[in-house]
Design a protein around this ligand. Structure first.
Ligand SMILES: *Cc1c(COP(=O)(O)O)cnc(C)c1O
Length: 421
């Protein structure tokens, strides 16, 4: 399938007249359309809620749009909790799925009455020590060990993952928590990342539904929700299939009706914590071609770099690139598209077929709406970019300004050095 940007050259020029590149831009119409489809796909489950994984796109304007579409927030740290609080998301609209949790973070989650998702059985003591009591509802994170497969494909190796606890440890934690006063339990597991498959959630759900029955039988505990976490993938490559969230929701419903309903456990709510699926396709990194060089390969250098989008450098991840205004041009040039870090892995694309690029051309790097800006860093003194929201009516809004050198130096204000900015 051809990947079309949600931004035209004309609109991009209108924006860059006010906001210089590079910047991340988000498509409000796309975000809302997708969030509604997610809600409809799980509408068969009255308690369904998507808790948007804040780490994917920690911008309050984006989080607010998702809140308006019925989503809560999945937070893992103190600052992510503060972001949720700032947009008025509190209580059971927050899922606190942390690991290696500092006391300060746990205390903040308890203060906000968030659902607490415990990464380990030892956290029962930790929780009691901090709060002096335990919440009425608690979620427990499961690690089944071994490998996790869909059909013949091994998706991931839970036994090598640091997260979650064993089934025995879950049963032990539930027994202790019930003695301390917890009445309702959730079960959570994250077993594959960026799973571009309509089978991932149904398979995971089946495992967790059977686990819920075993834990209920072993402890008598009331299981009130199953949290399928994140992991639903997106088609970064044009030739990849796309997840169909309606089929995914339908697949989970079939597992629910065949496993939970016959046991009378059909009051269980389904929760999700998707980040990538909610946002990745609805963000672009927009950059300008600054330089070209012709050595053993052809290079196009951008004003964006891996500090603005780390995934290609970190995982060798593919991100599609469109040269605005040349959407239909022949791809008769082969380029490495690079950033300016002093690191040879700072390449957005390697030997990519693209139309002829001229200096000054505007490039769109696709699918940067999740785990894009948020993984940014300041290596080489590179500054974080602006974020822009393209509203449904075509107007646009700066939702985070670009960093300035003064921001970069702000944490050195204790040193007595003077920086000319
Ligand atoms: C990262 C993460 C998510 C979101 O993952 P996606 O791949 O973006 O869907 C959800 N839950 C937890 C606990 C996570 O760590």
């Amino acid at each position: 399938m051809k990947k079309a940007p949600f931004l035209t050259l004309e609109k991009a020029k209108e924006i860059t007249a006010q906001i210089p590149t590079p910047f991340h831009i988000y498509d409000e119409a796309g975000i809302r359309r997708n969030a509604r489809t997610v809600r409809e796909a799980f509408a068969w489950n009255p308690g369904f809620k998507e808790y948007f994984a804040v780490k994917a796109t920690p911008n309050p304007y984006i989080m607010k749009i998702l809140q308006e579409e019925g989503c809560g927030c999945d937070c893992a740290t103190y600052t992510e909790l503060l972001l949720a609080e700032a947009i008025g998301v509190t209580g059971h609209d927050i899922m606190f799925s942390s690991n290696v949790t500092p006391a300060l973070d746990m205390a903040k989650a308890l203060e906000l009455n968030a659902y607490i998702n415990l990464d380990d059985a030892t956290y029962v003591d930790f929780l009691e020590r901090i709060a002096g009591t335990v919440p009425e509802t608690i979620c427990l994170r499961y690690n089944p060990g071994g490998s996790f497969s869909l059909g013949n494909t091994i998706m991931d190796m839970p036994r090598d993952a640091k997260y979650g606890m064993t089934e025995d440890q879950m049963a032990g934690a539930i027994n202790r928590l019930m003695k301390l006063g917890t009445k309702h339990f959730g079960i959570h597991a994250f077993l594959a990342s960026n799973a571009v498959s309509n089978e991932y959630y149904p398979e995971l759900a089946g495992n967790l539904f059977r686990l819920a029955i075993r834990l209920h039988n072993a402890t008598g505990a009331h299981i009130s929700f199953i949290n399928l976490s994140g992991g639903v993938g997106v088609d970064y490559r044009p030739e990849q299939p796309r997840c169909d969230i309606r089929l995914i929701g339908e697949g989970v419903r079939r597992k629910y009706e065949s496993i939970l309903t016959p046991c009378g456990m059909d009051d269980i709510a389904i929760f999700t914590e998707m980040g990538r699926f909610m946002l990745a396709p609805y963000g672009h990194l927009v950059a300008t071609a600054l330089h070209q060089k012709h050595i053993y390969r052809e290079y196009v250098g951008l004003d964006a770099c891996a500090a603005n989008l780390m995934r290609p450098a970190m995982y060798g991840a593919y991100h599609h690139i469109t040269v605005l205004g040349k959407e239909d041009a022949i791809l008769d040039h082969v380029y490495d598209v690079i950033g300016g870090l002093c690191e040879n892995n700072d390449k957005f694309a390697i030997e990519r077929s693209l139309p002829e690029i001229e200096i000054g051309d505007l490039l769109v790097i696709h699918d940067t709406g999740a785990h894009g800006f948020s993984m940014g860093y300041n290596y080489n003194g590179k500054l974080r970019s602006a974020e822009v929201l393209l509203h449904s009516d075509g107007s646009f809004q700066l939702i985070r300004r670009a960093e300035t050198p003064a921001d970069y130096f702000a944490t050195l204000d204790i040193t007595g050095f003077q920086f000319k900015t």
